[in-house]
Write a protein that binds this ligand. Sequence first.
Ligand code: NAD
Length: 248
Amino acid sequence: MDFSGKTALVTGGASGIGLACVEQFAAAGANVVVADISGEGANAVAAKLGPKGLGFGGDLADPLAVADLFDLAMARFGRVDCAVNAAGISGNWGAFEDFPLEEWHRVIAVNLTGVFLCMQHEARIMLKQGGGAICNISSGAGFLPAPGMPHYTASKHGVLGLTKVAAKEYAARGIRVNAVCPGATLTPMMEKSIGGDAERQALMDATVPFGRMGRSEEIAAAAVWLCSDAASFVSGESMAVDGASVCR
Ligand SMILES: NC(=O)c1ccc[n+]([C@@H]2O[C@H](COP(=O)([O-])OP(=O)(O)OC[C@H]3O[C@@H](n4cnc5c(N)ncnc54)[C@H](O)[C@@H]3O)[C@@H](O)[C@H]2O)c1
């Protein structure tokens, strides 16, 4: 895949799946905008790319921060050809009937509203350019329920809904919109939830038919491919990358 002369923007680019996307876009020749709530993390990742990298720190659930991100990206590179919306949080578990509203609102704000806001800016820019490709990072929880995680499940189902609506709306105007649905993947998010407990990790590995969790670069490879010209006839797809977990 060759992304020379193209600009890719990756949210959640300081860590895990987003970081792997940044690395793969950069290796294929793209300019890369790395956006993350951790400005320090985003800037450190972007600095490694030299003049082809741009870091941005901000909470992408905040419409003003999202507007700043896209203003900065356009001021620096003048276009956004590909976007991977990977920023997300898992939130805490809880019983459905007692689920705290604050917890619900935060996960929906980051995982669903944040993706929606970024997609709006991406679409506006891509419409002006005459095309582009967007890939949202949903989850296996976009297809199946994650008990104890109503907020996460609803947000990831919602991301697939946004993906499909936008794919249809922009189909005749050169913008492809897809989603990747990772299964359990060993990223810092997952490591935090495993808490260094080897037994817990073995249990997580055993939930995947492949017998192991995915790696960030395996998820990123699908997202970057969906943004590439090799996927020129693919739009509206929700691609499971999960070691045969869902098999829909
Ligand atoms: N790891 C898994 O098993 C798994 C499985 C399915 C889906 N996912 C999804 O993949 C995506 C990436 O997750 P990951 O596992 O790489 O996690 P991660 O925690 O390693 O990376 C997520 C990144 O998003 C950033 N972020 C969080 N909230 C943000 C906000 N409000 N604004 C901007 N940036 C923000 C974080 O700082 C972090 O750098 C998420 O959307 C997650 O829901 C992960």
